[in-house]
Write a protein that binds this ligand. Structure first.
Ligand code: WTA
Length: 685
């Protein structure tokens, strides 16, 4: 790999590099039914036809008022799509399907306990429940178009119901992943300025009914410390009428949604007709600086892009049973469980719990029972399912026509198991590369006419035009297999509009690096920096190598190293902390933590445990480190900067390189011995 051009690469340097693979071709059966087999789509979406080409996606929606300007660049690089148009997302995902599909399943909900039966929400039922919830949000909470609502909920149907109720009113929802801590939720409430928090009392995870409501008290407190007073906490009940939380409800602040909803039985709320550019939601994600940032997504552009990519790349038809096993608390769940599929009148399956609960066959039993034919998950889950039960899929009678992988690079070996065993050599696979910021897919094969290549995401999807730059801003030759920073040359409708409340950071982080002219109103001058390193093979397929910034991709979820480090510093004994990604068989990457202690503090098991606890409290269990190493000092440059890269090489057992220019080169060998053996690593265990 060529690392010279990308000197600051952290993850890319330690990424797994696999060789070029052979093509796999989609089956005749798949092609025969595919939504898109017309190769000219790439021509239609070429740069010459930009931006008008995206009319094709916008026309999948129902507009209250048709738009007059496809792309307005006057406020570059905040792009405005379909200007002049008005629409409502909940209308597009529900109401317009009622005439034809009112009795068709919109959401099929599978609770984790296997003895609990599925719940099917038809489009009619979804319509009724979304309307009632919208009435509650408007009349009981007094919320108005443009207000923000934080939703901290597990995977139950009440989550998409709440989101769609917000969308009906033009409230901007900010869904926080249910597994995140109360503190993480509180920070997001404060940043978004949400007066209302919607949560749930409990949910099932790995056979246990977890108390989720307890996090709300922490969240409200943290938000208050940050100057944001939450007026109402709406608490859904996992079992209506029962309360499964140790924490008492707070008088005049907390309300059981199920109770209050009784006052809105039969209510109907006219969908608010919104400008295409009105924000639909915020999704917080990690970036280079400590604070997570709220990516703001639009109404018209986002929905058009989610619908278009769901139709042509997920190949969703209304007749399909589509199961995306992501959590709705991440962007994948927003675009490809809720908005994209429902815009197409699909039947979207939601599963509450752990894919291997109570045993390794669970996922395949669900697929068999519901007759799922489109399956969507992440490499981490595929690795987990493969490890838990490599032969399980064969025992069940299901048949997938299409499968997706998303969120991190997939090893060719794991890809082949997915293809041969899960997909029985019949299902087309798409390896979709994209981001929270991008709203929808950037790279993937078109399943109906492009061959798959294990380990490569594929070429760019229609209307996306990547370009790879080196650190000096030179274009890396196309198809040269040389690594560099992958950017997108052109705007697209799914792209986020800004960082909530921080346009400066938006411009700086995503557009400054390769901007040709900061005064320009021409989109050609504003390549979008994805923050990933990539190579392009001569056939045009891209292989994503990993992040170039301080982001660790754990099991497909983004964690900022700075967020993790500041959590460590909450422990009073800790002087310095440095977090690096270490390769992991199941999760792809996990954090390894190096800390140094304040003077006169002795290393101890207690400090290690306190660091782990601080991470779980501040961020959540998904961020749990693989190891905590207490080191006598950090390797530093002469200017005092901690050399994370050196620590990452030690953790991963890769070449450490030349360290002679460091201020304290001798420390490197001491740490290496601690970590890689020769000395007992865990000297407290
Ligand atoms: C990584 C998830 C390789 C990448 C949709 C990106 C991938 C980050 C892939 C975004 C893929 C996502 N192959 N890497 N197919 N998909 N990534 O915001 O590093 O949670 O920048 O969005 O995940 O993660 P995010």
């Amino acid at each position: 790999m060529q690392t010279k051009e990308i000197t600051e690469v952290t993850e890319a340097q330690i990424a797994v590099h696999w060789q070029e693979e052979e093509y796999y071709y989609p089956s005749i059966e798949f092609i025969a039914q595919a939504n898109m087999t017309d190769e000219s789509i790439h021509e239609r979406f070429s740069l010459d036809n930009f931006p008008e080409c995206f009319k094709e996606y916008a026309d999948l929606l129902t507009w209250d008022k048709y738009w007059h300007t496809t792309l307005d660049t006057s406020d570059a690089p905040s792009w405005k799509w379909f200007v002049g148009g008005r629409l409502n997302v909940s209308y597009n995902c529900i109401d317009r399907h009622l005439e034809k599909y009112q009795n068709k399943a919109a959401i099929i909900y599978v609770p984790e306990p296997e003895e609990e039966t599925q719940q099917v929400l038809t489009y009619r039922e979804l319509y009724v429940r979304v309307n009632e919830m919208a009435a509650l949000l408007r009349d009981f909470c007094g919320l108005q178009t443009g207000d923000r609502v934080t939703i901290h909920m597990p995977m139950t149907p009440e989550l998409p119901i709440t989101m769609l109720a917000c969308a009906r009113l033009g409230l901007i929802h900010s869904v926080v992943f249910g597994g995140f801590s109360g503190k993480a939720c509180g920070e997001r409430i404060a940043d978004s300025g949400s007066k209302v928090l919607v949560t749930m009392d409990s949910y099932y995870r790995n056979g246990k009914l977890l108390d989720h409501r307890e996090k709300a008290d922490v969240a409200v407190q943290i938000a208050a410390n940050d100057g944001m007073e939450v007026e109402k906490v709406l608490v859904w009940q996992r079992y209506p009428g029962e309360y499964h939380s140790e924490n008492p409800m707070v008088e005049e602040r907390d309300f059981f949604v199920n109770d209050v909803l009784k006052n809105y039985r039969g209510a109907r709320v006219e969908p608010v007709s919104l400008p295409a550019e009105a924000p639909l939601f915020l999704m917080y994600t990690s970036g280079t600086t400590g604070r997570p940032k709220g990516c703001q997504h639009s109404t018209g552009g986002y929905l058009a892009y989610a619908a278009g990519t769901s139709k042509y790349i997920q190949d969703i038809h209304p007749e399909d049973v589509y199961w995306c096993m992501a959590d709705i608390g991440w962007i994948t769940g927003h675009s490809y469980i809720v908005y994209g599929p429902l815009a197409l009148a699909a039947s979207s399956v939601m599963y509450e719990g752990v894919p291997t609960f109570p045993d390794a066959g669970r996922a395949w039993r669900i697929a068999e029972r519901l007759n799922v034919n489109i399956f969507h998950t992440a490499p981490t889950t595929i690795r987990m399912l493969r490890k838990a039960g490599p032969d399980e899929p064969e025992k069940y009678n299901y048949r997938f026509k299409h499968m997706t992988t998303v969120g991190e690079p997939i090893e060719p070996e794991v890809w082949r198991w997915y293809y041969e065993v899960v997909g029985r050599g019949e299902a087309a696979i798409v390896d979709t590369w994209w981001q929270t910021e991008t709203g929808g897919f950037l790279c993937s094969t078109m399943p109906g006419f492009q061959p798959m290549k294990p380990g490569s995401a594929g070429p760019a999807v229609p209307g996306i035009h990547p370009i790879i730059y080196d650190d000096e801003g030179n274009e890396v030759p196309t198809g040269s297999n040389v690594a560099g920073n992958i950017c997108i040359q052109n705007p697209w409708p799914g792209a986020f509009q800004t960082i909530w409340g921080d346009r400066e950071r938006y411009v700086k982080q995503y557009y400054e690096r390769y901007c040709k002219n900061p005064e320009s109103k021409d989109w050609r001058d504003w390549p979008y920096l994805t923050g990933d390193a990539a190579v392009q093979a001569p056939d045009g397929y891209y292989r994503i190598l990993g992040r170039i910034d301080d982001v660790i991709n754990v099991a497909g979820h983004r964690l900022g190293t700075k967020e993790l480090e500041s959590a460590c510093l909450v422990v009073p004994q800790v002087a310095e902390a440095s977090v690096v990604p270490v390769a992991d068989d199941l999760k792809g990457k996990v954090p390894d933590i190096y800390i140094s202690l304040k003077p006169n503090v002795e290393p101890s098991r207690e400090v290690e445990d306190a660091v782990v606890a601080a991470i779980v409290d501040n961020i959540g269990k998904i961020a749990r480190p693989k190891h905590v190493y207490i080191v006598p000092d950090m390797p530093k440059t002469r200017s005092g900067k901690i050399m994370r890269r050196v620590l990452a090489s030690i953790s991963n057992g890769t070449d450490i390189g030349d360290v002679t220019t460091l201020a304290n080169p001798e420390i490197v060998e001491t740490i290496r011995k601690m970590v890689q053996g020769e000395e007992e690593v865990d000297f407290f265990g």
